[in-house]
Write a protein that binds this ligand. Structure first.
Ligand code: ZN
Length: 489
């Protein structure tokens, strides 16, 4: 039975859904004002694994992952320029052009990483009416106040009735010393109060009418609103990166409790961070590498391009609650590891069954994989089981051991279930070619074209034309230079 670590209770708990057979899960998605980087790939892949595994277990899962396209201000508090509006100003674009452009690119990257699309992907800007209604509920309950057209959460009042800070383990005193003095603070009763609605300043281009002012919702408001809109006033799982625990998720809990009088989320799950030389990777740290830079190998810290499946495999090699330190060497090791699994799977598909006694190792493999996944999604252990079984596959494929028909189909099914469906690894595709295959493919084409150059030098036009025509029929473009050639597919 599946156990997951609940950040709220700080322990592993058996997962029991609110409604039998159904799971509602909400994950904080990206703020779309730039390309996705490795730090974005981790929550996407972590909760993709959860989505896949819950579906694999037979649950009907409604997975909501939002797009933040308004209200996320430059300072993670609620001050500064809107991140999307700033990008739009700098690029002289309509903010929604920025949103569409980066949302498309995000989807493209996610597809490359084999991250399944969520069931619903709501935009914050498409839920302004619902957010205003949610703010009104908090005001009606007496846990918020209006100041100069903005609405703020009255954290001190709230903290008297509910435990504020219980998710992140902070108390109000810690929070006071952490909160920077920023402009707009004078409107607030306390520095730890956060904005539910902000009055737009004249230069702020994204704004909507509300009972309090022409303005825009606070960043935390969208997730409380869209989570409850699509999953109900109580739902099973809320996930996100550990960096969102405070203030974002803490604020979400406060908003929901204040408006509804009870908690919304039963299991809070947080993935750990990706670091570079021990420091968190992120846009605000200016040490990030975008996914596209990984795929193309275009970054000074990268020794070469890395395929999306190498990135996925690299992330799954660590448990989602441990940190992952990025280095090009670690990615090269992941690439080799993934190639070993791909090769084993290819060999597995070619094995012929024979008369042989049942194999105990295969018998235990399925249960071992299930046990690892049930243990708070322990993907590195599942991978270890697949590596062990790869050794067995190689022994059989080398002819040193036999396998009977039932065991062979069981083994194929386990690899398909856990390798392909649950872990989402593209084990049998040549499209995400690993470097060994790519080297062999390029070498073979160059070899043919070298032979053609030699034929041309010998005025053997028949051979030279045959090679050129056949390669062109296969879809290659060949450009002849004086003594050289260039080609592309
Ligand atoms: Zn969120």
């Amino acid at each position: 039975m599946l156990q997951i670590y609940n950040t709220l209770t700080r322990q592993k708990e058996y997962f029991r859904p609110l409604h039998e057979g159904h799971v509602g899960m909400y994950v904080c998605g990206p703020t779309v004002y730039g390309d996705a980087h490795l730090g974005h790939a981790r929550p996407a892949i972590t909760f993709d694994i959860l989505f896949r595994y819950l579906s694999f277990l037979g649950y009907k899962v409604r997975y909501v992952r939002n797009i933040t396209d308004v209200g996320h201000l430059e300072h993670d508090a609620d001050e500064g320029e809107d991140k999307i509006a700033k990008k739009a100003r700098l690029e002289q674009l309509e903010p929604m052009e920025v949103v569409q452009y980066y949302t498309n690119r995000y989807h493209h990257d996610m597809e490359a990483l084999n991250v399944l699309p969520p069931s619903i992907e709501p935009h914050a800007s498409g839920h302004i009416i619902e957010q205003i209604a949610f703010v009104q509920k908090i005001l009606d309950a007496g846990y918020a106040y209006v100041a100069n057209g903005s609405v703020y959460m009255d954290v001190e009042k709230y903290a008297k009735d509910y435990p504020y800070g219980k998710l992140s383990g902070r108390n109000l005193n810690d929070i006071v010393t952490e909160t920077r003095e920023l402009d707009g603070q004078e409107e607030k009763k306390h520095s730890y109060d956060f904005a539910l609605w902000k009055k737009a300043s004249p230069e702020h281009i994204m704004h909507w009418p509300s009972p309090w002012s022409e303005g825009f919702p606070g960043w935390h408001m969208e997730c409380s609103t869209m989570g409850t809109k699509y999953l109900g006033e109580q739902f099973d799982i809320h996930g996100g990166g550990m960096d969102l625990m405070f203030p974002h998720h803490e604020a979400e809990i406060a908003q929901s409790c204040a408006a509804l009088g009870h908690e919304t989320v039963r299991y809070w799950m947080h993935n750990n961070m990706i670091t570079i030389a021990g420091k968190k990777m992120g846009k605000s740290y200016n040490n990030f590498i975008t996914l596209e830079q990984f795929f193309k190998g275009e970054h000074p810290l990268l020794t070469k391009p890395f395929s999306p499946m190498t990135i996925r495999f690299f992330i799954l090699m660590a448990h989602y609650r441990s940190t992952v330190d990025f280095s090009s060497e670690a990615l090269e090791a992941a690439e080799k590891g993934f190639a070993r699994l791909q090769e084993a799977y290819t060999r597995l598909l070619a094995i012929q069954p024979a008369a042989a006694a049942p194999n105990e190792e295969i018998h235990q493999l399925r249960e071992a994989c299930a046990e690892a996944m049930d243990d708070d999604l322990n993907t590195p252990v599942v991978l270890q089981h697949l590596f062990d079984s790869a050794k067995l596959i190689n022994t059989i494929a080398d002819g040193k051991k036999l396998i009977n028909e039932a065991d062979l189909s069981e083994l194929k099914d386990i690899w398909e279930c856990y390798g392909i469906h649950v872990l989402g690894l593209r084990l049998s595709e040549t499209e995400g070619m690993n470097s060994v295959r790519e080297k062999a493919y390029k070498g073979a084409v160059n070899l043919l074209l070298d032979i053609r150059q030699a034929a041309k030098a010998n005025k053997d036009w028949a051979t030279s034309d045959k090679i050129r025509n056949e390669l062109q029929n296969l879809g290659f473009k060949i450009k002849d230079g004086k003594e050289s050639y260039e080609w592309s597919l």
